[in-house]
Design a protein around this ligand. Structure first.
Ligand code: SAH
Length: 231
């Protein structure tokens, strides 16, 4: 079993690489991929760079080139749901693309023909996350994540995304990774720790909490790997 562990930014995978004792660095398709093992499972770790296009490329490469059979994403996100505070964890039940818009043709937001507004994440992996949360005594919220090529730092835009997609959090990679994994039949799991509230203070909050929130998310994902190793 080979598992992809993916982030978007260096800060999101640094705590993951720290936990691997040794790894091989492979340069491919304009990016670096780190191959190693954790608790007896082969892992390939990478950060994609920010946004839907880079994350699509990286997820596809992890699956098609490196042969990963499951994908776990760890990172940070902006909160839409006001119950989510900085540092809180959210697991995506399903994901959508909030900036995909051909509504001029009568389609709903986030939809293109032969696509779907939402892509559902793997239930088995979500259930493992519940067990892990319980064993760590941590609260993890399940919710909808909306993805777009936009850092949202605007209350009005955030509320529109929340209302239109029923989303609890937003970020810039999960929705595209979901499309790739769904098309290639690879079970996937998207975890995010909140770094900001996607409001006018978002960029300051993001800069302040990126590292600590990234560690929250990464440590949780590594615990999940430990459980997956026993299955
Ligand atoms: N500070 C970075 C840019 C970060 S973009 C730089 O200057 O290089 C925000 C990243 O964190 C994306 O990878 C996205 O997935 C996530 N994210 C966190 N808060 C977000 C928000 N409010 N809107 C969109 N993405 C957000």
């Amino acid at each position: 079993m080979k598992i992809a562990v993916m982030g978007a930014m260096p800060e999101e995978i640094a705590p993951i690489l720290e936990k691997l004792e040794t790894y091989l660095t492979i340069e491919y398709a304009g990016n670096k991929y780190y191959e190693g093992s954790y608790n007896g499972i082969d892992v390939v770790v990478a950060y994609s760079k920010i946004g839907k296009v880079f994350s699509t490329l990286t997820a596809t490469t992890l699956i098609e080139h490196f042969g990963c059979e499951k994908l776990l994403f760890s990172g940070v996100a902006g909160a839409i749901n006001s119950e989510l505070k900085v540092g809180d964890l959210i697991v995506a039940t399903k994901l959508s693309q909030h900036d995909l818009d051909i509504t001029a043709f009568g389609h709903p937001y986030g939809y293109v023909p032969e696509g779907a507004v939402y892509v559902e994440a793997n239930r088995e992996l979500i259930d493992i996350s519940k067990d892990v949360a319980q064993s760590l005594g941590k609260k993890v919220r399940e919710g909808i994540i909306a993805t777009g090529d936009q850092f949202v730092a605007n209350e009005e835009r955030k509320n529109w995304i929340g209302d239109t997609f029923g989303a609890d959090a937003l970020e810039m990679e999960g929705g595209s990774v979901a499309v790739v994994c769904d098309a290639l039949n690879v079970p996937f799991f998207i975890l995010r720790a909140i770094s900001d509230a996607a409001d006018m203070d978002a960029s300051f909050s993001f800069d302040e909490f990126l590292e600590t929130s990234a560690v929250e998310s990464a440590e949780f994902v590594m615990k999940m790997l430990e459980v997956i190793a026993t299955k």
